[in-house]
Design a protein around this ligand. Structure first.
Ligand code: HEM
Length: 572
């Protein structure tokens, strides 16, 4: 549980930043070590070419936030592991069918091809990770390779025709699980595929030799996909492009926080300008997101790509989970593990979701959009959890009331994510706490950054409320930024409608049926008709009612406005 937010700062006459003011320092580009893989605390400032002392221990590099690339790494991602780890890369190449569409493994594991591949994986040695631990980029690549292998293995394991609650957990062989369980805590990630793996650590810029940047050297290539399709590559790449556009949003937020410390007339004028700029940058992020509509084929996304993302919780609370072989049952796996699976073999981690992007969380926190559950929602979440409350880990609780009051108690973890396969029919679970649960699926430094931001001593909203009568332009600029964020969420709902709702209703084309291993003989009469799908029934993997959740996020954005505007898009 975080410390409570401090009450409204009111006007301040102080012109100096307190020591350790987040983001006020430039990245240190320090080298990672075994003890501190995110890089040792900086002792030098970037601007001074490493000569000036940096007395703060909270330089943004220590949060792995780069001034040019935001939450994307500022240094090149590794494309392939060498040496003894080549065997992992080879297993991944084999699963992907050498990079050709239609040549890789198919979900379900019905064919000899999948069985032979799994046999091959089982005969792989259990490698130590000693040669990886001195390099953060190598650790990241190892997490990508091992989690892709884990998903390939889990989803090519044929499932018995039993209800999920009666199934054995899916075994993840020790040659994958043992190194994965060592590497994951060093990155502060759970032992499952995350947004960091598919997006943050998985891209190369136009010129990989120089640092990525939005204007000059944007992300242009994706290293690893399940299906080798252009759609999957674009899905990851477009997310990486939103992240690099987000670096500018973070820069504006940092400048705004500087002004909040000063809070005199001039500072308020500058803050007004920054908030207008932030609104424009959020619109840019929305525009980039909307390019998905033409760059990604919706039926390929839904039927071919998305099933690979399912995590161990994909069948809702009754999921059998994944059994990480070699794991001592009494040992915890990660902050993201739910209390429900502690001490049990079947672990229920969620697959990747853009809800794990720290960028939108950071914008929410900066603008004080409060996604924490209401008391009713908390009660509903507890009732839905049926058993004991899940482990909530770090949670960011906010309150967008004019003067921040009591923050709610830490929320119970929820189930559900957009990029899993759906889990339609599972019991609705606490969508109110989804975003808080997603914190545990972010790299630890990013999670720490968000926690730091959420406890900032001079938050924005109380000041805007304080000055709203005397400085209406400030309140209008603040509401304008929220309006842009609301627009982003509305556009995103349209994306979800096309890529999930509409596809859930249609049968895939013959081309996609072939790619997912269904031949004409598998077609039944029922397949010919459009399926009737109630959107209220469409769920994230673990049972989150998707549209209830997305609307809730949109409505929370509107609620933060000083002068709220009307409601918008409704899903049909
Ligand atoms: C085909 C593309 C996409 C689909 C189908 C999709 C689907 C979903 C779904 C169903 C959710 C609900 C939560 C969950 O169960 O995970 C979600 C959440 C979320 N997605 Fe996406 N998404 C897509 C692309 C993106 C992109 C490019 C972004 C860019 C930042 C994004 C940002 C978010 C955020 C921030 C959330 C959390 C909810 C919120 O804050 O409003 N998504 N997504």
């Amino acid at each position: 549980m975080l410390p409570q937010r401090s009450p409204s700062p009111g006007p301040s006459s102080s012109a100096s930043l307190p020591p350790g003011h987040f983001l006020s320092l430039q990245p240190s580009y320090s080298q990672p070590t075994v003890a501190f893989p995110s890089g040792a605390p900086s002792t030098s400032s970037h601007e001074a070419n490493g000569l000036a002392p940096n007395t703060a221990s909270l330089a943004s590099a220590d949060f792995e936030v780069d001034v040019r690339t935001g939450f994307l790494p500022g240094t090149s991602n590794v494309q392939r592991l060498g040496g003894k780890y080549e065997v992992w890369e080879e297993a991944l190449d084999a699963a992907r069918g050498g990079g050709k569409v239609g040549e890789g493994l198919i979900v379900g594991g019905k064919r000899d091809k999948e069985r032979l591949w799994r046999d091959g994986v089982q005969s792989m040695p259990v490698l130590d990770t000693n040669d990886l631990c001195s390099s953060l980029p190598l650790l990241r690549r190892a997490h990508i390779v091992l989690t892709f292998l884990a998903h390939f293995y889990a989803h090519t394991t044929p499932l018995p025709t039993l209800p999920p609650s009666e199934r054995e957990p899916i075994p993840i062989p020790a040659c994958i699980s043992a190194p994965l369980l060592t590497v994951s805590p060093l990155l502060g990630l759970p032992p499952i595929l995350t947004y960091a793996d598919t997006v943050l650590y998985n891209f190369l810029p136009v010129n990989p030799v120089i640092a990525p940047s939005y204007a000059v050297n944007p992300p242009s290539t994706i290293v690893t996909t399940f299906t080798n399709t252009r759609s999957e590559e674009q899905f990851f790449l477009i997310s990486a492009l939103t992240e690099i556009a987000g670096a500018e949003a973070l820069r504006i937020m940092r400048q705004s926080l500087d002004e909040l410390f000063i809070a005199d007339e001039k500072a308020i004028r500058r803050l007004t300008v920054y908030l207008k700029k932030l609104a424009m940058q959020i619109d840019k992020i929305s525009d980039i997101t909307m390019t998905l509509m033409k760059e990604v084929d919706p039926e390929e996304f839904y039927h071919l790509i998305r099933p690979w993302f399912r995590g161990g919780d994909a069948d809702g609370p009754q999921s059998a989970g994944w059994d990480y072989m070699g794991l001592r049952i009494e040992a915890g796996t990660s902050e993201a593990e739910s209390a429900i699976t502690e001490g049990r073999r079947g672990k229920m981690f969620s697959g990747p979701s853009a809800g794990q992007s720290s960028l939108i969380h950071a914008i929410d926190i900066f603008l004080t959009v409060d996604h924490s559950p209401t008391p009713e929602e908390r009660a509903e979440a507890l009732a839905a959890a049926e058993t004991e409350p899940e482990h909530s880990g770090d949670s960011i609780s906010m309150n967008s009331a004019p003067v921040s009051a009591d923050a709610p108690a830490p929320a119970q973890a929820s189930h559900g994510h957009g990029n899993g396969h759906g889990g339609e029919g599972a019991k609705p679970k606490s969508e109110a706490t989804f975003l808080q649960r997603m914190l545990q699926y972010m790299p630890l430094p990013h999670r720490t950054f968000l926690l730091h931001l959420s406890t900032h001593p001079t938050p924005l909203r109380p000041l805007v409320v304080h000055y709203s009568a005397t400085h209406p332009a400030l309140a209008a600029a603040y509401d304008g930024a929220l309006e842009s964020l609301r627009r982003f969420r509305e556009k995103h709902m349209r994306v979800v409608s096309l890529f999930i709702v509409q596809q859930a209703r249609r049968k895939p084309s013959a081309r996609v049926r072939k790619l997912i291993g269904l031949d004409e003989a598998d077609e039944t009469e029922a397949d010919e008709e459009e399926k009737v799908v109630d959107i209220g029934e469409i769920r994230g993997t673990g049972g989150t009612a998707l549209f209830k959740f997305l609307k809730r996020c949109r409505d929370n954005t509107t609620k933060a406005m000083v002068r709220p505007s009307g409601a918008g898009y409704e899903l049909e």
